[in-house]
Design a protein around this ligand. Structure first.
Ligand SMILES: [Zn+2]
Length: 430
């Protein structure tokens, strides 16, 4: 007999990319974890305090967004104002931010993410404690890092390392939803000594090192002048051990760089389809995957106007198909789905991204009664190509419903929007 607090019954369950669907399945949940998943005939009977019949719905794992800046929902549309989004648009605006504004903006970004079926984000921004507080308040799971920058940009210098140490000491204490990371901005904005400190500290604490890598022409020029190498080769040459690394972008890479990334045992690269396409330089995600590298999909910030990883999935396959000339075969739906669930989950070191005993109860309930869901073919094709955010009925994080009937629950959405509006006005004031 399986004892549970809650069982979800009757739904079609797609537990992970490497498994088929389970029809009329059961998910048993105790506290914040899944204790059993399967067809009733193939599992021990479940005795649950509460049972919910979800016949007619599809249940999948929640999506894991490998690279976000939740507070940068403030920059919606900023790309179209001209200039480089990071250096010319964000940095001048970001000098006006403070922890309270970042918290309001991160809450908006977190609300958007949950409504789009994202249950975990990997966030990288200034005032990490504000983002951590924001995600915890709306019930989104997050790995959060304080942006470390030693030169350029706002909030840079030695204090950013001190802020990181303070954030680690306050949040490395088993918060149910927030896990800290160490987050150097990028090789061109962080000096080598500090990059090495970040890597060593991440390895020592077994936390993620989360950075941007080979993301701009400027970074390539700076690293070429400093070290006469590419950003990827430069990072690899630094002696900081083997922490888990999530490197966003890698859009300025040659074939030797791709080989290095593929062979780097603890490296996962974030592919941000819309951001890359509108930057005009796209990560060779399909090639990297074919070489044996780990590729996760992510939303990032501008030029992406939506905090919806799910809406990036179809773009991911289309962009790689075009870029490689291989069409649909380049980055097929099952690979895309893994890149939005299990691959980033492994990089973050969290038991999410698949529905199995021991995983956090982080899941999405999808409607399958709309015109766009008939016929219901291969689940990867349906999830990547046919379903959209508006087909989401429910989102659960850690056994708690955060979205029901397509609406956020347990938070005051009007207040989130009103506070974010105020923060946007201050951030963009002339
Ligand atoms: Zn980024």
């Amino acid at each position: 007999m399986i004892e549970a607090d809650l069982q979800l019954t009757g739904a079609t369950i797609w537990p992970s990319a490497d498994r088929g669907v389970i029809r009329d399945g059961v998910i048993a949940i105790r506290k914040d974890r899944i204790v059993a998943v399967g067809a009733p005939v193939a599992m021990a009977p479940v005795r649950a305090t509460k049972s919910i019949d979800l016949s007619g719905f599809l249940i999948t794992p929640g999506l894991v967004d490998a690279h976000t800046h939740l507070a940068l929902s403030v920059a919606r549309g900023a790309t179209w104002r001209g200039g480089h989004p990071v250096y010319d648009v964000f940095w001048p605006m970001e000098r006006r931010l403070d922890p309270s504004l970042v918290e309001s903006l991160a809450r908006l970004g977190a609300a958007e993410a949950l409504l789009a079926g994202t249950t975990t984000v990997n966030d990288h921004y200034f005032f990490a404690e504000a983002t951590a507080t924001a995600v915890a308040s709306v019930g989104l799971r997050a790995v959060v890092g304080e942006c470390v920058m030693t030169g350029d940009g706002p909030w840079s210098g030695r204090e950013s390392v001190q802020r990181t140490e303070r954030f680690l000491s306050e949040w490395l204490k088993n918060d149910p939803l927030v896990t800290p990371s160490i987050a150097p901005h990028a090789p061109d904005t962080v000096d080598d000594k500090t990059l090495v400190w970040c890597g060593r500290r991440a390895a020592e604490l077994d936390v993620l090192m989360h950075l941007h890598l080979a993301q701009s022409d400027r970074e390539v020029d700076v690293i070429s002048t400093r070290a006469n190498r590419t950003p990827v080769q430069h990072l690899r040459s630094l002696r900081f051990g083997e922490p888990r690394i999530l490197a966003a972008h890698c859009t300025r890479t040659d074939s030797a760089d791709l080989d290095t990334l593929a062979r780097w045992s603890q490296m996962t690269v974030a592919f941000c389809p819309t951001v890359h396409a509108l930057d005009g330089r796209v990560l060779a995600a399909a090639d990297l995957h074919d070489l044996g590298g780990r590729v996760a999909v992510a939303t990032d910030a501008a030029p992406n106007e939506r905090r919806s990883l799910h809406s990036e999935l179809r773009v991911a396959g289309a962009v790689q198909g075009t870029m490689t000339g291989k069409g649909a075969a380049a980055f097929p739906p099952s690979t895309v789905w893994e890149a939005a669930t299990e691959v980033p989950a492994a990089a973050l070191g969290l038991p999410v991204g698949a529905l199995r005993a021991g995983s956090f109860a982080d899941l999405v309930v999808w409607r399958t009664d709309r015109p766009n869901t008939v016929p219901f073919v291969d689940p990867a094709v349906m999830m990547v190509g046919a379903l959209s955010d508006r087909d989401i009925e429910g989102v659960m994080v850690g056994g708690q419903w955060r979205v029901l009937d397509g609406e956020l629950v347990g938070v005051d959405v009007d207040e989130i929007v009103a506070e974010a509006r105020r923060a946007v006005q201050i951030a963009w004031a002339d």
